[in-house]
Design a binder for this molecule. Structure first.
Ligand code: HEC
Length: 244
């Protein structure tokens, strides 16, 4: 066995070909599942896209590194399903570019978080986690309330998502900034546009508690409240229901 190896090592081209063969096995194992992606991703006709405000919140979630402590991926293991609920379906991350599954849980998984707490709970928790969870080791993110949300780049953000396959219409892309403002200001005249362009169940309210100001807190809370709520697919899946 070693003799063969010593002989191979003396032949530059033979050795190079052998390395390519060995490395391509690993490559194939990683790439092969992608060939079946059409069968892997479940059909979910009710799957909706993130609104511009939710997308902005998602960007803040990435900027602040929340994914370093929180996963968004419930595995099919019994202990996970019993703790968090139905395991994550592929379709639920269909429009996530990049995906935020995460690989570390210093805090809990937040894949099904939407609707679990009130907006006010989230705002207080992000301002000072210890105020609502006495033993929390989560850092505070108080500046989110001080920072006005940047919305002039949202059309570009939607266009970029569209380029990688998210079905935003030209109308949605054009009105991204208005829709972000309207979603967090229920009394403004821009609400009608949000309702017309997005799902009927879109949350429209002052997420940070202040109606006439659009802050980064608005965007992040809007995003947290939609986690696990983009489609009903996992509620309708009978296999997962048996497990729960
Ligand atoms: C250093 C690790 C760490 C980071 C970074 C972190 N968290 Fe947490 N998070 C925790 C821990 C620990 C808990 C559990 C205690 C608690 O509820 O405060 C938690 C709890 C939560 C909860 C409540 C979850 C539930 O189901 O009860 C939410 C929501 C949350 N974090 C959101 C965020 C967001 C948004 C960010 C980024 C702005 C963030 N976290 C960043 C550690 C972290």
């Amino acid at each position: 066995m070693f003799k063969l190896h010593y002989r191979l090592e003396r032949r530059a081209i033979g050795m190079t070909l052998a390395i390519i063969c060995a490395a391509s096995v690993g490559g194939f194992v990683e790439i092969a599942p992608l060939f079946t992606i059409d069968q892997t991703v479940e059909a979910a006709p009710d799957m909706r896209v993130y609104t511009p405000l939710e997308l902005a919140g998602r960007n803040i979630y990435m900027r602040e590194g929340c994914y370093a402590c929180h996963s968004q991926m419930i595995r099919t293991l019994r202990d996970e399903v019993e703790r968090y609920g139905h395991y994550s379906l592929a379709v639920e991350s269909k429009y996530d570019h990049p995906m935020l599954w995460g690989s570390k849980r210093t805090g809990p998984d937040i894949a099904p978080l939407g609707g679990k707490y009130s907006d006010e709970w989230h705002v207080r928790h992000l301002l000072n986690p210890r105020e609502v969870v006495r033993v929390s080791i989560m850092p505070s993110y108080a500046w989110l309330m001080d920072n006005d949300l940047r919305i002039d780049d949202l059309s570009g953000q939607l266009a970029a998502q569209h380029a990688v396959g998210v079905p935003y219409t030209p109308d949605m892309i054009r009105h991204a900034a208005d829709d972000a403002y309207g979603q967090a200001n229920p009394d403004s005249n821009r609400v009608a546009g949000v309702r017309a362009r997005y799902d009927d169940n879109t949350n429209i309210r002052a997420f940070d508690g202040i109606a006439d100001r659009l802050t980064e807190m608005d965007a992040l809370v809007a995003y947290l409240q939609i986690l696990g709520r983009l489609t009903d697919a996992s509620n309708l899946d009978p296999v997962g229901k048996d497990l729960e």
